[in-house]
Design a protein around this ligand. Structure first.
Ligand SMILES: Nc1ncnc2c1ncn2[C@@H]1O[C@H](COP(=O)(O)OP(=O)(O)O)[C@@H](O)[C@H]1O
Ligand SMILES: C[C@@](O)(CCOP(=O)(O)O)CC(=O)O
Ligand SMILES: [Mg+2]
Length: 373
């Protein structure tokens, strides 16, 4: 039996980092995906080995299932329907299972050259990985209401999305340390959303939003960048509170600008200018937080020559930059590619997690439709 899940990456239009401290942020799903394929023998057979093949990073791990049960069952106390956070003790056990029993060649993570979801570039690959993995595991355990006789990509209902999102958030905590939850939420649900302190608003844009994504190809790590902002906040608590509060205003203004109704083209042009200015102000505040980078500044000044506004997206420190696009973009992308960057026009606001079944469609007995795994 095979279960395939795909979850989209995202761009953050405004509010990264500040969202970790309670400010609003606006994010959209993009049409680049992470795929997870889960295969296992149909019941009553049960697999005796777990093989984890991370194709994107060129790593493969395997463990006897009994060994995993033995090592993990004393510390894990959770059910499919109610995820709990991994304790420090469990993380230690997992780390031992992964690192002590396998050899990991140094620096296996490369930025893909083609138009795929790049890892560690600000497009939320960590969240897309957690969402697709959680989706595939929950679907295979029969914890999601899905028509497993269908061969199409299946979207999830609200409750299923919520459950997958809760599990994915626990995964993001392991990768990021202190995530806000915006990346896993937009990857699970899709569309364009505003998130603040866990409160979610779906945004219906009333203007075309076309974003160019430029990957500086400068590697960075979200966990380290979140930690660096936290240290700056510890050094300047009052000032950083103002910075986060300004970002909060920007995100709220951005959300209301893109959803307000317009009756003519002029209004759309005016709204575009407003969005551009808000993106520029947000970028200035991200500089204040110390998460910009020389490569990001090069993209910003290159696009600025064409009167286009850009900002970093995701954790910054390299990674990707977004540029709001008007009609003519070819000249700008040509020049950015001459600088050695890679550009991609994102289709935004698409679907969230989807699941597809392959092979023989038999779910474990008594585990159909939302029952405990
Ligand atoms: N497809 C994948 N396979 C394995 N690990 C992944 C995958 N996608 C993301 N990751 C993990 O997420 C990390 C990148 O996450 P992060 O630094 O948050 O950047 P981003 O989420 O913007 O891509 C990678 O270093 C890797 O540990
Ligand atoms: C910096 C942050 O706001 C976004 C991180 O996104 P990414 O991992 O760089 O794609 C962190 C978070 O919200 O959890
Ligand atoms: Mg991430």
């Amino acid at each position: 039996m095979e279960v395939i899940a795909r979850a989209p990456g995202k761009i953050i239009l405004s509010g990264e980092h500040a969202v970790v401290y309670g400010s609003a942020a606006v994010a959209a799903a993009i049409d680049l995906y992470t795929y997870v394929s889960l295969t296992y023998p149909p019941p009553p057979h049960s697999p005796d080995t777990l093989i984890l093949h991370l194709k994107d990073v060129g790593l493969e791990f395997s463990w006897p299932v009994n060994r995993l049960k033995e090592a993990l069952s004393p510390t894990i106390n959770t059910t499919a329907s109610s995820p709990t956070s991994c304790s420090a003790e469990t993380i230690k056990v997992i780390t031992t299972l992964v690192l002590k029993e396998h050899t990991i060649p140094e620096s296996r993570i490369e930025i893909a050259a083609a138009v795929v979801l790049p890892l560690g570039s600000g497009l939320g690959s960590s969240a897309a990985y957690c969402v697709s993995m959680s989706g595939a595991l929950l679907a295979s355990s029969g914890s999601l209401y899905l028509d497993f006789n269908s061969e199409d990509w299946l979207s999830l209902g609200e409750n299923e999305q919520k459950l997958v999102n809760e599990w994915a958030f626990e995964g993001e905590k392991i990768i990021h340390g202190n995530p806000s939850g915006i990346d896993n939420t937009v990857s699970a649900l899709g569309n364009l959303i505003k998130l603040q302190l866990g409160a979610l608003t779906c945004i219906k844009p009333n203007m075309p939003i076309k974003m160019l994504i430029t990957n500086t190809k400068v590697g960075r790590n979200t966990k380290a960048l979140i930690a660096s902002v936290s240290e700056r906040r510890d050094r300047h608590p009052d000032t950083m509170t103002y910075v986060f509060s300004a970002v909060d205003n920007i995100s709220n203004e951005l959300a209301s600008t893109i959803q307000s109704c317009s009756s003519n083209d002029l209004a759309v042009v005016e709204k575009e200018k407003k969005v551009e200015e808000l993106m520029e102000m947000n970028q200035g505040l991200l500089q204040c937080m110390g998460v910009s980078h020389a490569s990001i500044e090069t993209v910003i000044s290159t696009t600025h020559k064409y009167k286009l506004s850009s900002k970093l997206t995701g954790a910054g420190g390299g990674g990707c930059v977004i540029t709001l696009l008007p009609a003519f973009v070819d000249a700008v992308t040509a020049e950015l590619e001459q600088c050695g960057f890679q550009s991609y026009i994102a289709g935004i606001g698409g679907k969230g997690l989807e699941i597809r079944f392959g092979g023989v469609h038999v779910l474990p007995v008594n585990r159909l439709c939302g029952q405990e795994a």
